[in-house]
Design a protein around this ligand. Sequence first.
Ligand SMILES: [Zn+2]
Length: 199
Amino acid sequence: MINPRGLHWGEIGPDDIVMIDVRGEVLAGRHRVEPTALFIHGAVHRLTKRSVVLHCHMPYATALTLTSDCALDPTLSQNAMRFFGRIAVDSEYNGLALDDAEGERIARSMLGANANKDVAFLANHGVIVTGQVISHAYDDLYYLERACLHQVLAQSTGRALRPVDPKLAAHVGDQIHGEREQSELFFEALRRLLPAPGT
Ligand SMILES: [Zn+2]
């Protein structure tokens, strides 16, 4: 399921979502799909076998992809520690993903030695967050941007940063993963806040 091309986010309703297969053939829906979305999402679904693939250019995460580090430091804020050991980096910006080859090149940043990584920072571009459950992946996407915001703010002070011991960051990441009910409750709360269809 993917958002349609040409509609503002604020006007997209459930009936506007397009259902496609991993090759981009439309199975249901009345709208077209934006091609780069199709190539990135299709390739990541196909190669990583993950059910949920979220990709966006949210401001603070994207800001970090413009730096020489290219990614979030998971040893700084508590929010960042949930991503310890989970971040892959595609450090090769290669233009718009307008074909399968570029989508698959991006997806390969989360394969091989990085097969256990479910977050990718794409250099000079944005981020991908994947998962098997929408509530967990969305919660990760939300907290990823918050963690990036905190890091950018901290770096903007020009003062030295205070990373914690990587072992502690890994421990905090495990603690947060043991509390996934929080992700489900947060997602349900967001759903309750959505306006009813047609209003
Ligand atoms: Zn993009």
